[in-house]
Design a protein around this ligand. Structure first.
Ligand SMILES: [Cu+2]
Length: 125
């Protein structure tokens, strides 16, 4: 199993009532001696989950879908606003600040890692 993965600072963005997408941000720490390759994720709360990053193009920030994300041994990979993030598409219901959601990360070696009770917060404080 993955005792060698540690998750810190995880949160999901709250949504407005008519908003169907959200994103999860977290720090993923690879304590192992080998590279991890994240290839996807899933949650009960959304029909689709994608790995995304942001890129500046012609002065504008655009989102790009990634097929995978490599996390080198003994490093922390930050999923954060304006960087890589875990995108939730077609939410089954809006996310309020009282909600907690679970997320399953999938790796290329066939293993999964479940993160439970990710709390929700608004981007604006
Ligand atoms: Cu995105």
């Amino acid at each position: 199993m993955h005792q060698l993965i540690e998750i810190k600072n995880a949160f999901v963005l709250t949504t407005a009532p008519n908003q169907t997408n959200s994103a999860i941000f977290l720090d993923l720490i690879n304590h192992s001696d080998k590279e991890l390759k994240l290839i996807g994720a899933s949650t009960q709360n959304a029909e689709l989950v994608e790995l995304h990053t942001h890129k500046k193009e012609k002065g504008q920030m655009i989102m790009l879908k990634l097929q995978s994300i490599l996390i080198k041994p003994h490093t922390t990979h930050k999923f954060e606003s304006h960087g890589d993030h875990i995108m939730l598409l077609n939410l089954k219901k809006p996310i309020s600040d009282k909600d907690k959601i679970d997320l399953i990360l999938r790796f290329d070696d066939g293993s999964n890692f479940e993160i439970k009770n990710i709390s929700a917060k608004s981007m604006l404080h």
